[in-house]
Design a binder for this molecule. Structure first.
Ligand SMILES: Cc1cc2nc3c(=O)[nH]c(=O)nc-3n(C[C@H](O)[C@H](O)[C@H](O)COP(=O)(O)OP(=O)(O)OC[C@H]3O[C@@H](n4cnc5c(N)ncnc54)[C@H](O)[C@@H]3O)c2cc1C
Length: 432
């Protein structure tokens, strides 16, 4: 069970009849779907949202709660792919999306333990540190984001480890309780008038004149517009989409409570954390500051949780040897959606709108892209986005399974081990 569900259990919704008509149908009740629902219902549209699980049971109540709004390709890679102007527009939109989330939490008085504590990002290799220092400069001068490099000699002011060769800090990223955020968005969507149907699968969507016919497990709906927001949980009801999003398991372990002294030594600034490893890990203190939540790729597509849990535990102890014997109270996983070029996007096919592919950074992006997709349905020019791309390219999945993930995981692991070995040979840093 995700640690988050202790304080914010999933909501069991009463089953209401499926209305045969509504202006908009939304498939998926995570952050994307709920954000779209709030925007549309507040604009006076009739909205029905369907989720095949309980609302939030996908990634939106399981994630690390780090408000990163990250982009996997770095600035240089995005400039090469999309040109300088588009690359800058996407970065600027990431900043706007983060700020918009913080405004939303404040304006709606959402109690989700949000703290803008900043994020430390650790460098695995010497070249990583130099690149991050340049990027921190760029964030400051171009986007006005408070960011700076942290040389290795000063690292312990931010994180109690010698594992990294320095790092960088940016202060525009914080942490929140993801399930509390989701629960509040669910409440706001219902208050705005959206009808939420939990545990009701959408089986298929076909065009019917100017409308769409949406067949669900509990009835058929005709709707003017459809927004598909199934992200890492996309299934055979939309095979076209399922061949374009790669579901990747991300797993988090939560330690048992540790002493305040130890937490103070390991995470003196209580920051969110990430790093430059290929198999990069993300971690943070729990909102009450008593535990460490440590996440990374799971590396499996089926099977028991023991191996991936142990693997995360080992990685945690590599960074913080003091936690070698710590109890692990929770271990859980969920699916994130990657896509071919690793950029989140909003796209259309046959008039249906999709928002997906946040590559593990949907706390900021999903809410933003869901609202943008809704504004596009409303014909509002504010719906224009730097994330408006063509659909992501085809990926050869087998029955929706990323069969190649264990091999990709092993390749990344080998690359990271080689870097660590090189560091050892050069006498820089513990083995890891
Ligand atoms: C372990 C983990 C850690 C993460 N950590 C972070 C983090 O720290 N920071 C960050 O920014 N992001 C993080 N993420 C990513 C983030 O959680 C997601 O990007 C985000 O929640 C996606 O929201 P969504 O609404 O698009 O999709 P989801 O919340 O996954 O919702 C999709 C929903 O679609 C439903 N669905 C699918 N098919 C159908 C169908 N046919 N009919 C009806 N319903 C259907 C599913 O049941 C599901 O509930 C993490 C994800 C995981 C799994």
């Amino acid at each position: 069970m995700p640690y988050w569900w202790r304080a914010a259990p999933l909501t069991e919704l009463p089953q209401t009849p499926v209305a045969p008509r509504s202006d908009v149908v939304i498939v998926g009740a995570g952050y994307t779907g709920l954000s779209a629902a709030i925007t549309l219902a507040r604009a006076g549209r009739s909205v029905q949202v369907f989720d095949k699980q309980k609302p939030g049971e996908g990634a939106s109540s399981r994630n690390g709660g780090i408000t990163s709004g990250s982009l996997r390709p770095n600035l240089a890679q995005m400039t090469t792919r999309f040109g300088a102007a588009r690359a800058l527009a996407i970065q600027a939109e990431a900043k706007a999306a983060r700020e918009d989330l913080y405004r939303f939490i404040a304006a709606e008085k959402i109690d989700c333990d949000f703290k803008l504590v900043g994020r430390f990002y650790g460098a695995l290799a010497p070249g990583d540190y130099d690149r991050m220092a340049r990027e921190a400069d760029w964030l400051g001068t171009t986007l006005g984001i408070e960011a700076h490099a942290v040389p290795r000699a000063e690292q312990r002011q931010f994180l109690g480890t010698d594992f990294y060769l320095g790092g960088s800090v940016r202060m525009d990223i914080g942490g929140l309780h993801p399930a509390k955020l989701h629960a509040a968005m669910l409440r706001l969507a219902i208050e705005a008038g959206a009808i939420l149907h939990g545990e009701t699968t959408v089986r298929g969507i076909t065009q019917d004149g100017d409308d769409y016919e949406v067949v669900t497990a509990r009835g058929t709906v005709h709707a003017r517009d459809v927004i598909v927001s199934t992200n890492g949980y996309s299934d055979a009801s939309d095979r076209w989409l399922r061949r374009r999003l790669v579901p990747v398991r991300s797993r988090i372990i939560a330690t048992a409570p540790i002493s305040a002294n130890l937490m103070g030594a390991l995470m003196p600034r209580r920051m969110m954390c990430g790093e430059t490893r290929e198999l990069h890990y993300y971690y943070r203190p729990s909102p009450d500051g008593t535990r460490i939540l440590f996440g990374g790729r799971d590396g499996t597509i089926a099977g028991e949780p023991d191996w991936p849990t142990q693997s995360l535990r080992t990685a945690l102890a590599d960074i913080f040897p003091e936690l070698g014997d710590v109890e692990i109270d929770h271990s859980w996983y969920g699916y994130v959606a990657m896509n071919r070029d690793m950029v989140p996007r909003i796209f259309s096919r046959a008039g249906k709108r999709y928002a997906a592919g946040y590559c593990g950074s949907g706390v900021v992006w999903a809410r933003w892209a869901g609202a943008k997709a809704a504004l596009q349905v409303l014909g509002d020019s504010a719906g224009a986005s730097a994330l408006d791309f063509q659909a992501p390219g085809y990926v050869p999945l087998v029955a929706g399974k990323a069969w190649f993930m264990p091999a990709v995981f092993a390749w990344m692991q080998r690359k990271d081990r080689a870097t660590l070995k090189q560091r050892r040979r050069n006498g820089i840093g513990p083995a890891g």
